[in-house]
Structure formats: C-alpha cells, structure tokens
Design a binder for this molecule. Structure first.
Ligand code: SAH
Length: 360
C-alpha cells in the first residue's frame, strides 16, 4: 500500500467514507503524493500523450485562433494570454511562435500560466526559457491581473474533481470512497441526498440506477466573469459529452492503459469526462456567450491544419512526411484519433465579432 493510500484510509477511518471529489483532489493534488505534484506524466515514456505533445501543429492553430480573438476584440494594446494547466509548456511555446505571424498581436501579449504543480511549473519554466517572454505563474485564477484576456486550456477541466450521485429505490445517494474487505471501495452514503434538485433540476426523470456526475466549475465561472467584465475569450479543449447525461466516467490511466481508479492512488491520471452543456450553462450565467462545442477535428480543420501539415511535409524525406501525416490523423481523425472524442468550446464576450473555428 502506498503512502497516499495510508493517508486516505486514516482519513476514512476518522471521518467515514469521503466524497469522490475529495478522493480525486487528493490523488491529483496532494501536496506530497499527488499525481501531478510528483511527476511529469506526459509522453510515450509517461502515462498518456496530450495533443500538444503529438505535434506542434496543435499549438500553432491555437496561436492563430488567439490572434483572431485579439482582432475581434478590437486589437487591445495589452492582452493577457493565460493558459490553465499548461503541462510541459509545449502548447504555449507553439502558440507564441505561431503568434509571430501577427507581430502587432505578439507585441501586446503578457503570458500568465495557472498551475498547481511545482514539478510541472519547473518544467514549463524550462520549456519557455527559449521563448522571448517573461511568463508569470499563478496557483489559481484569483491572482490574475485585470484587463482583456485570451484564455486557453487543454485537458484541464477533466482534471477538476467530480462528485457522483446514484438514484436508488430510496432516492438519490452520494457515492463515496470507503474501505471494504480491507480495500478501498465505492459505497453509497446510506443517507439520501436531498439537495439533488439544486444540482440536477430534472432529477425525477432519471431511472433507478442512474449515476449523475457533478463538477465544481468555479475556475470556469471566474474566467467567464473576467471575460464579461474586461473583454476577450476562452478556449477549452477536452474530451466529454455535448449534452448532460448519466453514467460513470471516472477513469484512471497509467502507462497508456485504463486501470481501477481506486488502485494505487496518486500513481495514475484520474479524470472524468467534461459535461460541455454544464460548462456552457456556467459560462452563460456568468455573462459570456458560449460557442460550440465542435469536435477537435472540425475545429482544427476550420483553422487550416491540413494546409499546415502539407507545408510541414513538403520537401521533407518520406519518414518525416509520414510522421506529419500520422500526427495529423491522430489530432483530427476518429478513434483511436482524438478528433471526435475531444471537443472545443469558446466562451466569448457578447460584443465580440466572429470567432473562427466553430463553423460546422
Ligand atoms: N494542457 C497540458 C496538460 C494537461 S494535464 C497538455 O495538454 O499537455 C492537466 C494539467 O493541469 C497539469 O499541468 C496539471 O498539473 C494541471 N492542473 C490540475 N489541476 C489543476 C488546478 N486545480 N489548477 C491549475 N492547474 C491544475
């Protein structure tokens, strides 16, 4: 049993079974044993590969998208380019390089990174040391400066903890993590969860056995409030469902394979699908418009990724050209590619003109 499991068991012993969100937050963010706190999990040698790590084309398309947002926002003299959960910093360097195509935009950018992991902050610092920027790091949205902003977040929301609720014959009950037969195990809280109506207005329509996931979207709400106040837009790319629904999407991935989410806490990536309908609702309540979601494949094609791939492969040897082609298929193609499962959504200030990428 690892050190984090010992701590979690001690917690359960003193407080009883813990909410799934608490378990998830401990696994990912425990100050000593959390998954993101202790390691750089990305890449072929790590646990999973994200889109920016597949190819520079991903970040380049998003850099161009940011420049278009800046234009649509009336070309403000200063703009905060903010990334949430920047991983290795790859997406940001690729975006900044692509932004040079629009020098007036590039000159207005202040870079801010919101990251909770000291290990990954260090990694981002190294990656960005080659770019001509002076990024600033933040642990949460609260310390970000005021002013027009463009926010980007890839595979960030899926790491925000979810709570789970199950409908039984006796009503809705919270699913928690406890100990059974000497092992961590899910168990329903025996007391009903009467506040379900505030989280799920049509909860009465759900069938017995339905599982409802609810994520605390405070960072999204705060970002949307700032956009509504100061102008700009945010782009979230993640995997998930377009419409709210039911089902257990909590998943753990280690060494590129799914494992039991309760096995070896803190040693696997733990995520749950993004409910894009809930995300859009949160953003609209905070005063922005929500555009999309569209699939990642559609979004990247709309921004011209196929042409970019052609240019990258032109005049190169066959192996390089094949690698570009394979990366393109992985980014925009259907499963096992990321093109359909992953989706993009934009939150934009109501006064903003057309935002590219979202035509269907
Ligand atoms: N965007 C990167 C990494 C995605 S993994 C990529 O596409 O490669 C999730 C990232 O979010 C990691 O950098 C992780 O440390 C960070 N993270 C997780 N929870 C966070 C939180 N609550 N606040 C800020 N960053 C967080």
């Amino acid at each position: 049993m690892n050190a984090l499991e010992k701590e979690i068991r001690a917690l359960i012993e003193s407080e009883g079974p813990i909410p799934v969100s608490r378990y998830m937050a401990l696994c990912l963010g425990h100050p000593r044993h959390g998954y993101y706190i202790t390691r750089d999990p990305f890449g072929a040698a790590g646990d999973f590969v994200t889109a920016p790590e597949v190819s520079q084309m991903f970040g380049e398309m998003i850099g161009i998208w940011c420049a278009e947002v800046w234009r649509a926002a009336g070309e403000p003299a200063k703009i905060n380019l903010i990334e949430f959960g920047p991983g290795r910093g790859t997406l940001m360097v690729d975006m900044l390089r692509a932004a040079k195509v629009v020098p007036a935009f590039r000159a207005t950018i202040d870079v801010h990174l919101v990251e909770t992991s000291p290990t990954l902050t260090e990694r981002q610092r190294r990656t960005l040391s080659t770019s001509d920027t002076t990024p600033r790091w933040h642990e949460s949205v609260t310390t970000l400066p005021a002013g027009p902003l463009v926010v980007v977040a890839n595979e960030f929301i899926d790491a925000l903890p979810v709570d789970q609720f199950v409908k039984t014959e006796t009503g809705w009950h919270e699913r928690r993590v406890g100990v059974r037969d000497g092992k961590l195990a899910f168990a329903l809280d025996p007391a009903p969860f009467p506040q379900i109506e505030t989280l799920l207005p049509d909860s009465a329509r759900a069938r017995t056995g339905a599982l409802f996931e609810r994520r605390d979207l405070t960072p999204v709400r705060e970002i949307a409030r700032r956009i509504a106040a100061d102008g700009g837009a945010a782009l979230f790319i993640d995997y998930g469902h377009t419409q709210s629904g039911f089902g257990d999407t909590l998943q753990a991935v280690r060494d590129h394979k799914p494992i039991d989410p309760l096995q070896d806490p803190g040693e696997a990536d733990l995520t749950a699908h993004v409910d894009f309908e809930a995300l859009a609702r949160t953003a609209m309540q905070a005063g922005t418009h929500a555009i999309g979601p569209v699939t990642q494949g559609q979004f990247l094609r709309n921004l011209g990724i196929e042409l970019r791939a052609e240019n990258l492969a032109r005049g190169k040897d066959a192996a390089t050209a094949a690698a570009v082609e394979a990366a393109l298929a992985r980014l925009i193609g259907p499963s096992p590619g990321m093109g359909e499962l992953f989706k993009a959504i934009a939150l934009v200030h109501p006064a903003l003109g057309g935002i590219p990428g979202f035509d269907t």
